[in-house]
Structure formats: structure tokens, C-alpha cells
Design a protein around this ligand. Structure first.
Ligand code: C5P
Length: 397
């Protein structure tokens, strides 16, 4: 509860958003005295200032300490029935939670599930301490010391040195789906994991992240703006809207190269007529727009946004993976190509990958991996952030 003190001592402005139950332990006047800021718990206070979204939108970090079993459950399900849960839903800042509860509640399957879902979304959840709990109980579930929570929380903001602070990035992820009729589509096996890892890493470095998300197996991390799309043409529109105002556009999505030439407004029927039982429709395909190529053309001779493409590649008897990646970099005209090594059990749907990062104009490709996609995402940002022209301007401000 007194995490406010070490955060303020570290020079941060702290806005306390207690839940109704927190006020049973420490009253609003005490919170106001500790934080030096007015305190409210209800979404109906300061309605003219739209506090229920403004607090989350303007925060650089949201710390929930203690995070009760009830709060973890509400956060997992996106329930927004008080000011704190509204803040959690509207923030794009890193979120840190320090759970505290009785051991049985901490180990309960519902809590274990909620913690795992929140972690997958990118919420930074501390392990509780083990020791004396309220009453005579003892075990894991104890709230860590305020200084330890503050240190853990601040480490998430300064993760990787906030090297993308003040910058905006758009990232496409997942695999597009091309509708054939109201019930069928053609798609691909992209899991979206690499794009999610890139979004999480960019947010951890302080960027404002816009995630243009096609079909994926994994949830988007917290703290990023999500725009859902289905087809390549939907994605093209979303990317066109994101073009202005973003410093980097990363095309990590697997975009379908082809779609059906026509869309059947009603379900394509299977014929049961005699002599037609074996018949099947022939689907004519047409090319989809190459979104990345369109971005390169639109940018012309300008240097922003930095454009990053991906390639799933293998080597063969005619060339190595690097030969193919280099040819793609030149052909696409983007600034960076990240080539994923494709093979049995690698890249698609996996948590690990081996990437080759190729930068236009440099003959020093970097190989990274095999490594968790989280780590290769970080290696990719290490390279890409050096190419952002406005970064120097931001840093010298
Ligand atoms: O040409 P290829 O599909 O191998 O290029 C892959 C890169 O181009 C990826 O970054 C992908 O997101 C992007 N792409 C695109 N539009 C397409 C196909 C791929 O922007 N129609």
C-alpha cells in the first residue's frame, strides 16, 4: 500500500486510485496526503474531466498493489465496474500487479489461470512473498515490501532504456483470411506470435504501439492499440490510415498473396444431384495488393516511416537463405528485411525462431537465434531503432 512513498522519492508524480475496499484500510485523506494528489474511486467523480479514461491514458505506468484475487479476476475478464478497472482498460502504459492474498486463494486454479492469462497479455505480475499472512496463516501470498514493488515496477518502464520513448510504431500481425463465401475462407498458418512479441518489446521501450491484427492464436499484449482486420485489403486500409504519424511500420503479418476472384454472397452449395455428387467448384484466384510495396512507393525518397518487412525463407540448391533475403530486400525496397528460417517445426506457431536481420545498404546481416520470439523481437528493435531519423531529435529534447 505504501508503494506511493518510494515512487515519489524516485521523483514520480503518483495518482492513487483506491478501490472501495482499499478505503476500508486507508482512508482517502491519507492517500491524498501521501500522494499530494486528489483521490477518487468512482467513475462518477470529475466526470467533466473524463477521469475514468484520462487517468489511464496519461499514466506512464500503472501499478496495482496489492492486487487481490478479485481484482485479478476482474482484470482478466475486462470488467470495468470501478475507477481502477476503468484505468486498467484504458491505459496503454505498462501494467504491474503485485498480488497479495491467502495461499489457498493464490494457488486456486481460477487465480492461477487469471495470472497466466494476464501475463500472456503482457501484464507484469510479481511473485508474492512467502511468509506470515493475516491471522495465523503462513505461506506464499504475502505482499512484497513497498521498495521491492517500486523497484520491480520502475524496471518495467525503464526496460531496455525506454529507447523508443516519444515514438510511434505500427505493427501488423497474424494471418489474413480471404473470404470465399459467408462461411468459408482461405488462410495461412501464421500464429501472430512474432508480431505480438515485437509489439510488447516496442511498448516496453516506451513506444506508442498500434497493432494491426489479423487472425492469430495469441492475445494482444496490454498497453497497445489494437485494430482488428480480416483480409489483405482490410489490412491495406488500416496500414494506409496508420501511415501518417508513425515513425516505424513493421509488416510482420502473413498477408495472403491471392484471394478468390469473386465472393459468393450465399454459401456455395454441394450438389446432391445424380451425376454431380463428385463435382467441386473451381476457384479462380487473383493477386492481392502488396501492402509493403505500396508503402515503399508512397514514401518515395523520404526516410520516415522506417519500413520493416518479414520473409519466411529457406535455402535451396540455387542459394542460401541470405541470398533470398537479400534479393527480397532489394526487390521490396524497404529498409529492413527480417528473414525467418523456415523448416520442420520452426517459425510457424513456435515460440522460438532463428532470424536474419538485413538492413538496406549494409552488407553485415545479423543472425539471431534460435531464441524465443521475445528475444529476437528485442534484437530486431536494437537494429531498427538506429534507423529512425527522428530518434536523435527526440533524444536531444
Ligand atoms: O513477398 P513476400 O510475401 O515474401 O513478402 C513478405 C513481406 O511482405 C512481409 O513483410 C509481408 O507482411 C509483406 N506483404 C505485404 N503484402 C502482401 C504480401 C506480403 O505487405 N500482399
Amino acid at each position: 500500500m505504501l508503494v506511493v512513498a518510494p515512487l515519489r522519492e524516485a521523483g514520480h508524480q503518483v495518482k492513487v486510485v483506491p478501490t472501495e475496499s482499499a478505503l476500508n484500510f486507508v482512508g482517502a485523506p491519507t492517500w491524498e496526503a501521501l500522494s499530494g494528489e486528489p483521490v477518487s474511486t468512482s467513475v462518477w467523480d470529475n466526470v467533466d474531466e473524463v477521469a475514468h479514461v484520462r487517468i489511464g491514458q496519461t499514466a506512464d505506468l500503472v501499478v496495482v498493489a496489492p492486487a487481490t484475487a478479485d481484482l485479478l479476476g476482474r482484470a482478466t475478464h475486462g470488467i470495468a465496474n470501478d475507477l481502477l478497472t476503468n484505468v486498467l482498460l484504458s491505459t496503454t502504459a505498462p501494467v504491474v500487479m503485485a498480488p497479495a492474498m491467502h495461499t489457498e486463494m493464490w494457488l486456486n486454479a481460477a487465480t492461477v489461470h487469471n495470472v497466466s492469462v494476464l501475463r500472456r497479455r503482457g501484464v507484469h505480475i510479481m511473485e508474492p512473498d512467502s511468509g506470515r499472512l493475516t491471522g495465523t496463516d503462513s505461506g506464499p501470498g504475502r505482499l512484497p515490501e513497498p521498495e521491492a514493488i517500486a523497484e520491480f515496477a520502475l524496471a518495467q518502464v525503464h526496460d531496455e532504456g525506454a529507447s523508443l520513448a516519444g515514438l510511434r510504431v505500427a505493427i501488423t500481425t497474424g494471418g489474413t483470411r480471404e473470404a470465399l463465401d459467408p462461411v468459408r475462407y482461405s488462410g495461412n498458418r501464421s500464429s501472430g506470435k512474432q508480431g505480438m512479441a515485437l509489439a510488447e518489446a516496442a511498448r516496453a521501450r516506451g513506444a506508442k504501439v498500434e497493432l494491426i491484427m489479423a487472425a492469430t492464436d495469441v492475445p494482444a499484449p496490454t498497453g497497445v492499440k489494437v485494430i482488428k482486420v480480416e483480409s489483405a485489403r482490410d489490412m491495406q486500409n488500416a496500414v494506409a490510415n496508420a501511415y501518417d504519424g508513425n515513425d516505424v511500420i513493421v509488416m510482420a503479418a502473413a498477408v495472403a498473396d491471392f484471394r478468390s476472384a469473386s465472393y459468393a454472397e450465399t454459401k456455395i452449395k454441394k450438389s446432391h444431384a445424380a451425376g454431380e455428387e463428385e463435382s467441386a467448384p473451381v476457384i479462380e484466384l487473383v493477386r492481392n495488393p502488396d501492402i509493403l510495396a505500396g508503402l515503399v512507393k508512397r514514401r518515395g525518397s523520404r526516410t520516415t516511416p522506417v519500413l520493416v518487412g518479414f520473409a519466411a525463407e529457406t535455402g535451396d540448391e540455387n542459394g542460401t537463405i541470405l541470398d533470398y533475403a537479400l534479393a527480397k530486400l532489394e526487390h521490396k525496397g524497404c529498409d529492413v528485411i527480417v528473414a525467418n528460417e523456415v523448416g520442420e517445426g520452426t517459425t510457424f506457431g513456435q515460440d522460438s525462431s532463428t532470424v536474419h536481420i538485413l538492413v538496406a545498404g549494409s552488407d553485415q546481416p545479423q543472425r539471431y537465434g534460435p531464441a524465443p520470439k521475445r528475444e529476437s523481437a528485442s534484437a530486431i528493435w536494437d537494429v531498427v531503432e538506429q534507423l529512425i531519423p527522428s530518434k536523435d531529435a527526440v533524444e536531444s529534447n
